[in-house]
Write a protein of this length. Structure first.
Length: 132
């Protein structure tokens, strides 16, 4: 499976969800583990395990009990994921007329498995049909 958003790192769909969540929750003070756990409805120990993996891959920085920040590489991947999510949600909701909440959930599932080539073609299609 060719997913260019993985930049040759072993980033699972679950870890991609963490990167995307950090991206969406981020502000100048960073993101707290508690905020991620609340947003994803999971335990703080689960978040800490994932953050340690992302930290070991150079995608986030995190001081013990401090805020987390995306590294430049983590930010690049997270932005790409957010773009994929937005385009897929837009396609599902605006083109296929899927209910917004369902489009949101399904975009999150689909974004992890589309190849770069397929996504690029889907993005062009959506932009053409919806005239940006």
């Amino acid at each position: 499976m060719d997913t260019s958003n993985q930049n040759k790192k072993n980033i699972t769909a679950s870890l991609e969800d963490y990167l995307e969540t950090i991206y969406f929750l981020n502000n100048e003070e960073g993101v707290r583990v508690t905020d991620i756990a609340t947003h994803l409805s999971i335990s703080k120990p689960s978040v800490n395990r994932a953050i340690n993996t992302l930290k070991s891959q150079g995608l986030v920085t995190h001081e013990h009990y401090g805020a987390l920040f995306l590294t430049d590489e983590g930010l690049k991947i997270a932005k790409n994921l957010a773009k994929r999510h937005f385009v897929l949600k837009r396609f599902l909701h605006k083109v296929l007329k899927v209910e917004a909440s369902v489009a949101e959930q399904e975009a999150c599932m689909i974004e992890h498995c589309l190849s770069a080539e397929t996504f690029e073609k889907l993005e062009k299609f959506v932009d053409t049909v919806l005239k940006k």
